[in-house]
Design a protein. Structure first.
Lengths: 168, 168
DNA sequence: CAATTTAATCAGGTGCCCTTATTATATATT
DNA sequence: AATATATAATAAGGGCACCTGATTAAATTG
C-alpha cells in the first residue's frame, strides 16, 4: 500500500519531468539552436554514428518509415547538411552522406549537461544514473517484447552524446 | 572531474529515458488509448482541474496561443467531449465545458503507474522522487526566469494525475 | 460617442510522422 | 533471355501539435 503511493508519486514526478523538459528545450532552443532527437535531428545523429547509410538502413535503425526518412533526408539536403549519392553496386540505393556543414551542425549542437543536473551531488548523480538505468533496461525489454522489429537499441546513442570523454 | 563524468552520465540517461518514453507511449497507446499531455489532452486535463474556463484562460494556463487553444477546443467539440457556451456576463467569452463523455474520457484514461516504475523498491522510489523533485524545482525556476508569463505551474497537475489517493 | 482593448476565429504555415500507391532497379524462376 | 517477384526510394495525401498575422465582435475607456 505504502509502496503503491510511493510508486504513484515517482511516476507523477517522472511525468512532470517529461513535460517540463519539453518546455525547457523550447526555451533553451531559442537561446541556442540545438539538435532535436526527432526527424532531421535523428537522421543527423545516426549519420554521426555511421556515415553513408542508405535511407533504408536509416529507417530501420531509427525505427521510422522509409517515407518519413526520405522526407527528412530531403529537408537536410535542402539545408546542405547531407548529400545523396547513388550506390554503385546497387543503383536503387541512395546513400546519405554528411557534408562538412552537417558534421559541424552536429558538433556545434553538442549537448551540454543541463544546469539542473549539475546541481546534484556526486552521490545523487550516481543514484540517478542507477535508477534511470534500471528503468530504461526495463523499458527496452518491454518495447522489444511489444515490437521486436523496432530499431530501438539505437536510442542509447542519444544518451552517449553527453559523454564527451568518450568521443575520440 | 569525476563529478563531471557522473553528470554527463546522468544527463545521458535522462535523455535516453525521455526518448524511450516516447516510444513506450506509442506502444502503450496502441494497446489502450490514453490522454496525451498535449493538444486536446492538455485541454481536457485543464478542464478536469477546473471546468467552464474561457479559451483565453485555458490558453494562459497551458502556455499556448489562443489560436491553438481554439483549434483543440473545436476538435474536442467535434468529438463531443466538450461544449461551448457563451458567457452571460461577457458575451465575447466562449466558456468551455466538459460533457459527461469528456469527463469519462479523462477518468477512463486515468494514468496507470508504468511497470518499469513498479519494479523499483520502496527506497528506490523515494530516492527517485527526491531526485526528480530537486530537478523539477530547478527547472521551474529556470523556466520562470526565462519566461515569467509562461503558465508552467500548471504542469504539476499532470503529475498529480497519478495520485489516485488524492482524488476525491 | 469615438477609440482602444480584449476574446475568439479565420487563414495559412511548419515540423514530425503515417499509409497507400508508383517507379526503378535487382534478383529469382522458368 | 524473359518473366515474376522483391526491394529502395519517391510521390501524394493526411493527421496532430503548434505558431503568426489578420479580422470580427463585444467591452471598456476617455
Amino acid at each position: 500500500m505504502a509502496n503503491e503511493i510511493k510508486a504513484e508519486l515517482a511516476a507523477g514526478k517522472l511525468a512532470e519531468y517529461e513535460q517540463l523538459s519539453k518546455i525547457y528545450d523550447d526555451i533553451v532552443k531559442q537561446a541556442r539552436p540545438h539538435l532535436t532527437v526527432e526527424g532531421q535531428g535523428k537522421i543527423l545523429l545516426a549519420l554521426a554514428d555511421e556515415d553513408h547509410l542508405s535511407q533504408r538502413q536509416l529507417a530501420t535503425r531509427l525505427g521510422m518509415s522509409p517515407q518519413s526518412t526520405s522526407e527528412f533526408v530531403y529537408k537536410l539536403v535542402k539545408r546542405d547538411l547531407v548529400t545523396l549519392t547513388k550506390s554503385q553496386s546497387d543503383r536503387r540505393i541512395n546513400l546519405v552522406n554528411l557534408t562538412t556543414a552537417g558534421r559541424q551542425a552536429i558538433e556545434s549542437a553538442d549537448q551540454e549537461v543541463p544546469p539542473f543536473v549539475k546541481l546534484l551531488s556526486d552521490d545523487e548523480l550516481d543514484q540517478l544514473s542507477f535508477l534511470l538505468n534500471k528503468i530504461t533496461v526495463a523499458m527496452y525489454a518491454d518495447i522489444d517484447a511489444a515490437n521486436p522489429t523496432l530499431g530501438v537499441k539505437f536510442h542509447k546513442l542519444f544518451a552517449s552524446r553527453y559523454l564527451k570523454q568518450f568521443k575520440k
